[in-house]
Write a protein that binds this ligand. Structure first.
Ligand code: SF4
Ligand code: SF4
Length: 190
């Protein structure tokens, strides 16, 4: 990504963050690090929550976006509830995921494949179907790992933790209509 593209994405990201409730509070970050210390995933992230805000201020958001950091956020809200500046950091992470997906600024890795496969399965059935999710995931990442995990999958099927056949929710058509309306509404936003 060249510097002009990077600056444009950074600005677009900031504009979208300012539209979320209390998003403008991102300017009030005091770099205390409470978010990173509270985050259960920060040890595995290339850039922790505090560093993400620092990168944003330094105009280096492209580094964050080209890493798998945002996909390791498990939406636990610890950062949000503990931030002394009341910054809704979990929502900032959602915006980062959205912009990373739309701009296609990084290659798919394990966490992104898992997240995208999950969305595809939930879109299809209205709920998760673990067997299909893992089939999609291993097929795109490491099929041999999938084969190695077949004994575990069989044990889970035996204990009725996994189901071979997907089960759709009732009212899937209505759910799809609702999701499509939300998507269209978001696209119409300036
Ligand atoms: S806890 Fe809040 S104020 Fe402190 S570094 Fe994180 S986002 Fe900034
Ligand atoms: S919501 Fe995400 S970024 Fe915040 S503490 Fe939880 S995992 Fe970390």
């Amino acid at each position: 990504m060249n510097p002009a593209e990077s600056a444009a994405i950074c600005q677009e990201f900031l504009d979208s963050v300012y539209t979320i409730p209390h998003g403008e509070k991102i300017k009030e970050c005091i770099q205390c690090g409470t978010c990173s210390a509270s985050c259960p995933s920060s040890a595995a992230m290339e850039y922790g929550p505090r560093e993400i805000i620092a990168s944003l201020r330094a105009g280096m958001l492209d580094k964050v976006l080209s890493s798998n950091t945002v996909w390791l956020c498990v939406s636990c809200y610890s950062c949000t509830v503990r931030c002394p500046a009341a910054i809704p950091f979990t929502d900032v992470m959602y915006e980062l995921k959205r912009i990373q997906t739309e701009k296609k600024v990084s290659k798919d890795t394990g966490p992104t494949v898992m997240a995208k496969s999950f969305v595809a399965v939930v879109d299809k059935y209205g709920r998760n179907h673990e067997t299909e999710l893992l089939r999609k995931y291993f097929f795109q990442t490491n099929p041999f790992d999938g084969i190695r995990n077949i004994p575990l999958a069989l044990r889970l099927i035996y204990r009725k933790r996994f189901h071979l056949r997907p089960r759709k929710i009732k009212g899937l058509t209505a759910l799809k209509k609702m999701m499509s309306a939300i998507d269209n509404h978001r696209k119409e936003q300036p």
